[in-house]
Design a protein around this ligand. Structure first.
Ligand code: SAM
Length: 448
């Protein structure tokens, strides 16, 4: 049952069309995925249709058990709501691929993995999540995506506003909201909805926007989105940003066939018109004015780094296709690599923010040598030939992902890269009579 006050409000907003919306909210949700560019084939056993506004997006006619697909765990695709993928259009129209972007409310990582792919090796993504329990799944999804161009942070919007003045070319605020667009996917969203919750969400969204605003450079682009329909959390907040914070609303080109509804301002995705769940998005440009660009200044003491063992660097560089693109740092027993081009800025973040992931984990000291960390196996820049490779069947791959012991005949002794359908899944170590499973325990499949 839809909440009665929600029905009344939507009738006011949509008139006679509201009944079509209510009917669509009683139907099954749509399943869609976005393909990682590390993979170019779709292996689903059902009908597949293209998401019209996102080249890498596909609708699936049935919802597979994703947990049973090793390619899901290898980060070959992200199960993402189709409407949300429209972020790509805003990026293509207003954000260059060498931008420094903040995804402020990022977990579990749908928009961040899209941003990471969009920026590729040219830009830098700071992917932030303020709720602690949600940071780890974000970091996992970013590592599986494999670009190495992302820093995952766990900070508040105010910390960005206060410490990163004029830093970001683009800030994405995919705000926590009342979730009306998720009513058919998530029954809890219906139960928790009330006019009071809408008002609370709208206030919290303004506070988040106000807190982070100084971090966006003048002339930079704010992309604001929610998964709700009401005007308070959408149009009214956008108008407030434009008038009170100082920004110009930017038009987004849409093909009329996509079924997207123009808001006043912004763009609504109503499930009875556009195939996907409910969503709202608006892009704004911060009013240009003279400003002092952000310069990362490191205190001398903060800039001091542990010396990196040169033998380890030499070994670790052989694991990468383009070692020249990465800066390597050592902290205790661990080596981390991140884009060399953004060295100063990344070191600054490492000194001033709570960073859960800096680029990717490169290696770990074991005995008197260095062994690759799991995220190397997920990396697009991995040089696969650096390791003996062993192809697994689906059954073996799932056993590996459950961190079970594996027995495989005729394998070289030492570290091996395990693959499934020619995609790396992770490492294992053949110690002669058995294969030590090195899949991260915290990522393992717990239930099938
Ligand atoms: N962008 C994500 C994606 O595409 O996968 C979904 C983000 S979800 C709509 C909103 C996120 O905001 C949640 O992860 C939530 O933990 C976070 N959040 C909640 N309260 C917040 C606050 N006060 N400031 C910033 N983020 C908050």
């Amino acid at each position: 049952m839809l909440p009665v006050e929600f029905i009344e409000r939507m009738r006011q907003q949509l008139g006679g069309e509201a009944d079509l919306l209510f009917q669509s909210l009683e139907q099954q949700p749509v399943t869609s995925i976005r393909l990682n560019d590390k993979q170019d084939v779709l292996t689903f056993d059902c009908d597949i249709d293209e998401v019209p506004w996102q080249e890498d997006g596909y609708y699936l006619s049935e919802r597979p058990v994703f947990t049973l697909d090793p390619l899901f765990h290898a980060g070959c695709y992200y199960v993402q709501e189709a409407s949300s993928m429209f972020l790509q259009q805003a990026l293509e129209q207003y954000v260059t691929r060498d931008a420094v972007v903040l995804d402020l409310c990022a977990a579990p990582g749908g928009k961040s993995t899209l941003l990471s792919q969009y920026l590729g090796q040219g830009g830098l993504l700071i992917s932030n999540e303020v709720v602690r329990q949600r940071v780890f799944i974000l970091s996992e999804n970013i590592q599986k995506w494999g670009n190495g161009n992302t820093i995952v942070t766990h900070n508040s919007p105010a910390q960005f506003g206060e410490q990163c003045t004029n830093l970001f070319d683009c800030v994405v605020v995919d705000a926590p909201c009342s979730g009306e667009g998720m009513f058919r996917k998530d029954p809890q969203a219906r139960d928790e909805w009330s006019p009071y919750a809408v008002q609370q969400c709208a206030e919290r969204q303004r506070s988040i926007l106000l807190d982070v605003w100084d971090a966006l450079r003048p002339g930079g682009v704010l992309i604001y989105s929610t998964c709700t329909f009401n005007r308070e959390e959408n149009e009214e907040n956008v108008q407030w940003i434009a008038e009170c914070l100082g920004a110009e609303v930017l038009p987004l080109a849409c093909d009329p066939e996509w079924g997207i509804t123009e808001g006043q301002p912004g763009y609504h995705f109503y499930p009875h018109r556009a195939k996907g769940e409910g969503f709202y998005i608006c892009a704004l440009r911060k009013t240009p004015e003279d400003y002092a660009p952000f310069r990362p200044k490191l205190a001398r003491s903060a800039g001091k780094q542990q010396a990196v063992n040169s033998d380890y660097i030499r070994i670790a560089r052989t694991w990468l296709q383009h070692p020249e693109n990465w800066a390597i740092r050592q902290s205790d027993r661990f080596l981390t690599a991140y884009p060399l081009h953004y060295r100063e800025l990344i070191e600054w973040f490492s000194a001033h923010f709570t960073c859960v992931l800096l680029g990717f984990g490169l290696g770990e000291e074991r005995g008197r040598t260095i062994a690759p960390q799991h995220s190397v196996s997920m990396l697009k820049d991995l040089r696969r030939e650096a390791f003996p490779q062993v192809a697994l069947s689906q059954e073996q791959a799932l056993a590996y992902l459950r961190t079970e012991a594996l027995m495989i005949d005729n394998m070289s002794v030492g570290l091996v890269l395990l693959t499934y359908e020619n995609v790396p899944l992770g490492f294992a170590k053949n110690v002669g009579n058995r294969l030590n499973n090195l899949y991260p325990n915290e990522w393992r499949i717990r239930k099938l």
